[in-house]
Design a protein around this ligand. Structure first.
Ligand code: PEP
Ligand code: MG
Length: 757
């Protein structure tokens, strides 16, 4: 009977080691391996399937009919074995035949066996094959047994790769296709870049998986950890963004992993099972990867990338294969390519040569995206299989706004790109020249142009682009980039820094909009609080009012940070007036308490609500008299109006912001606000697009809060537009109900030489 996972695997590995060392053929070794595993797990069947010419072939078996060896072949994705190989995941079933993917092969005689467990044999994150066991009795394999199988699979991958028995992926070979490719991805950080492909990290090649001296392997891990901690501590002190701010918090997360005793313990357990230090680190990482894949939580996935970053670092140290592209140094303008990248790894690059980043993974809320944005480096994420489509040194042109990646472009393409880049730079210079000019239409209408922000560094954008203030400060960013809940003092420091940077210009702080897809890993949720429909779920003000401790702390931090100044505070996702009343009362209560403590208070507080939930529009006459301002969040509003998830790639372009439904809705809200003399603005992404911004002005909107990069182009449009004429034109379009408002507005602008980009 197998006791612990380490002991179980160790027993098997000791026996396997002799087999591996024997001077026999690879086939003979595999035959022996299935015997040993079958015996050790008391399984009637043990089989090995390997990927050859893209198909899974039965290579060795104990228990199935021998005639089936090299005869039974399955496509990737076919049957249970195909499923394991395709998904690179483990299956453990007490009744194999009842699984929907079960595919019966009469030549094997497997109808006798009920239970089934299979693990992928992985190399470089791809399956080389599948190792499986079967049992006559219907029973689930125990965790200990599965762990032992996974460890054995790891050792087998070495044997199989060395003997070149299976297809070994195109990783080492150069990409065959040397023609031009156009790839797309997820737009993470806007910008254009031209450079040569550089792979962030040559994968560490694990030479030996079975240890000869377990104690020596333990020592190697201990000293590798010490070295890694030293590196992280050094980075914490020298990050080029200084030691303050969110980047510091990112490095804190790294530190947390570097000092994580649980991680070290798991690696040591893997070493106890007979693996080398390298194999043990990889083994633990594989296991974590598999576990994480079952948890569908984007935030946890982001933390997983941080851990991957650390595991790769550890592997490089322990194996002596040290050089990342950053350490080797960039020799020319580079576009960096990685599956994913940790923010600390990104910080190691020479900023003068690093022009762009392409990731196979990546998400908008990932730490690395936040850091890249602060560095001004364009990033395109979720570019599938990029590492297999590009050769080191290939020329790449990145145009994130156009969502286009040109790999190995023709000279014509390169020239066109250079022209566009040149025009963009020239236009940027023109926009910069507008910085100090007023944002006024031809007929004298003043349009307030504010920026959206969320990080300390973003406040600098105010001066850079000449904005009127911060129209939306997303306070939840600080919560999202922290490994733990930011303390009130820390919040207060951030708010004060932002207010100081803004000077006399207003900063509208939105209270935390967490929950939904912006989940905080450190905030526990009860069972009934888990949701299928997070965007429409328990988030933003709903969550903040229910868990009011967080909101109270934030209110105090805001009140104290704004002492002696005007505090603008805005609540997200207000759906009914009482939610706004309750939130305002909470802040007022904190204000009174601070007053009783004789603390210095803001000279005034202006309260606002976000209109993101359509229902609120129907009760504006009730709410508006209580408000100082209203801000329309078109990102959420449009997803609720059209019932279309804002993050769903298939729906991204299905509905137009310039649709008649949205514009009529907005027109009604804006005129209700005017009737109540309450200032109204738009702070969703819609306002940052020139044509859409023009439409909003046509609806009577006089305040926009947009991404800093859009201030120049939008201001140029404003200064070329006659607002009264535009209002009349748009009113006509909305009354007649034309379906192509976008093209009508574009034509209207073109007739008047109004530039839309
Ligand atoms: C919005 O929903 O339009 C908005 C500005 O808020 P967020 O994008 O942060 O949800
Ligand atoms: Mg919103």
């Amino acid at each position: 009977m197998l006791s612990t996972p380490a002991a179980a695997a160790r027993q098997i590995l000791i026996r396997l080691q002799e087999v591996m060392a024997a001077r026999t053929s690879a086939q003979a070794k595999l035959n022996k391996v299935v015997e040993i595993i079958g015996e050790s797990l008391s399984s009637e069947v043990c089989s090995i399937y390997l990927v050859r010419e893209g198909v899974l072939e039965l290579f060795a078996t104990r228990g199935l009919k021998q005639e089936a060896v090299h005869v039974t072949r399955m496509a990737m994705g076919e049957g249970l074995v195909g499923l394991i190989a395709t998904n690179v995941e483990t299956l453990n079933l007490d009744e194999a035949a009842s699984h929907p993917d079960f595919s019966y092969r009469p030549e094997t005689g497997e109808e006798l066996f009920h239970s089934f467990a299979g693990v992928p044999i992985v190399r470089r994150e791809r399956a080389l094959g599948v190792l499986c066991v079967q049992h006559v009795e219907p029973r689930r394999y125990e965790e200990v047994e599965i762990e032992a199988l996974q460890t054995v699979a790891m050792v087998l991958s070495e044997l199989i790769a060395n003997a070149e028995l299976a297809d070994d992926g195109p990783m080492d070979s150069r990409v065959q296709d040397t023609g031009t490719s156009v790839l797309h991805g997820l737009q993470l950080v806007m910008g254009m870049a031209r450079g040569h492909a550089v792979f962030h990290q040559p994968r560490v090649h694990i030479e030996h998986t079975v240890a000869e001296d377990t104690e020596a392997e333990r020592q190697r891990v201990i000293s590798a950890f010490a070295k890694m901690r030293e590196q992280i501590d050094r980075m914490t002190g020298t990050a080029e963004f200084g030691t303050e701010g969110e980047h510091q918090e990112v490095l804190e997360t790294y530190k947390m992993f570097a000092y994580d005793e649980g991680w070290i313990r798991r690696i040591n357990e893997a070493i106890d099972s007979g693996l080398t230090a390298e194999a043990a680190i990889e083994r633990v990482q594989q296991r974590t990867r598999m576990r994480m894949r079952q948890i569908d939580d984007p935030l946890l996935q982001d933390r997983m990338h941080d851990l991957e970053d650390m595991a790769n670092r550890l592997l490089r140290i322990v194996s002596g294969q040290l050089g990342t592209a950053a350490q080797l140094g960039l020799r020319q303008d580079a576009i960096l390519i990685a599956r994913n990248l940790g923010p600390a790894e990104l910080l190691e690059y020479d900023r003068r040569r690093l022009k762009g980043v392409i990731l196979e993974e990546g998400s908008l809320t990932a730490h690395v995206t936040i850091v890249a944005r602060a560095m001004g480096v364009p990033v395109l994420g979720r570019v599938r299989d990029i590492r297999h489509q590009v050769n080191e040194g290939d020329l790449i042109l990145m145009d994130v706004a156009a969502n286009a990646l040109l790999v190995r472009p023709t000279p014509d393409m390169d020239e066109a790109f250079e022209n566009k880049l040149h025009i963009t730079q020239r236009r940027r210079a023109e926009f910069a020249a507008l910085r100090d000019l007023p944002s006024v239409t031809l007929d004298g209408q003043r349009i307030e142009l504010m920026v959206n922000a969320g990080l300390r560094e973003d406040a600098q954008a105010l001066d850079l682009v000449g904005a009127d203030g911060i129209g939306l400060f997303r306070t939840e960013f600080q919560f999202l980039v922290s490994a733990t809940l930011p303390q009130r003092e820390k919040q207060q420091r951030l708010y004060k820094d932002v207010l100081d940077a803004a000077g006399d210009r207003p900063v509208i702080f939105r209270t935390v909009d967490i929950g939904g897809d912006k989940a905080l890993p450190y905030m526990q949720r009860d069972e009934e609080e888990l949701e299928d429909n997070p965007a429409m779920g328990w988030r933003a003000l709903r969550l903040a009012l229910d868990r009011d401790g967080l909101m109270k702390a934030q209110a105090r931090a805001l009140l104290e940070a704004a002492s002696g100044k005007v505090l603008h505070i805005m609540f997200p996702m207000v759906s009914e007036p009482w939610e706004y009343d309750q939130a305002k009362a909470l802040v007022e209560h904190q204000r009174q308490w601070l007053q009783s403590q004789r603390k210095k208070l803001p000279v005034a507080i202006r309260y606002g609500a976000m209109l993101e939930v359509p229902a609120l529009a129907e009760v504006l006459d009730i709410l508006l008299p209580r408000l100082d301002f209203l801000s329309i969040g078109t990102n959420d509003l449009t997803q609720f109006l059209f019932a279309a998830d804002r993050a769903h790639p298939r729906l991204a372009e299905r509905y137009d912001w310039l649709s008649i439904a949205i514009l009529r809705f907005l027109a009604r809200v804006v005129s209700t606000c005017h009737a109540h003399e309450v200032p109204v603005g738009v702070c969703g992404e819609m306002g940052g697009r020139t044509l859409e911004a023009m439409a909003l002005i046509g609806l009577g909107v006089r305040r926009l809060s947009i991404t800093p990069a859009s201030v120049g182009p939008v201001k140029a449009m404003i200064r070329a537009v006659e607002a009264t004429e535009l209002e009349r034109f748009l009113k006509g379009l909305l009354e007649t109900g034309v379906s192509d408002i976008r093209s009508q507005l574009t034509a209207w602008a073109e007739d008047r030489d109004i530039e839309l980009n």
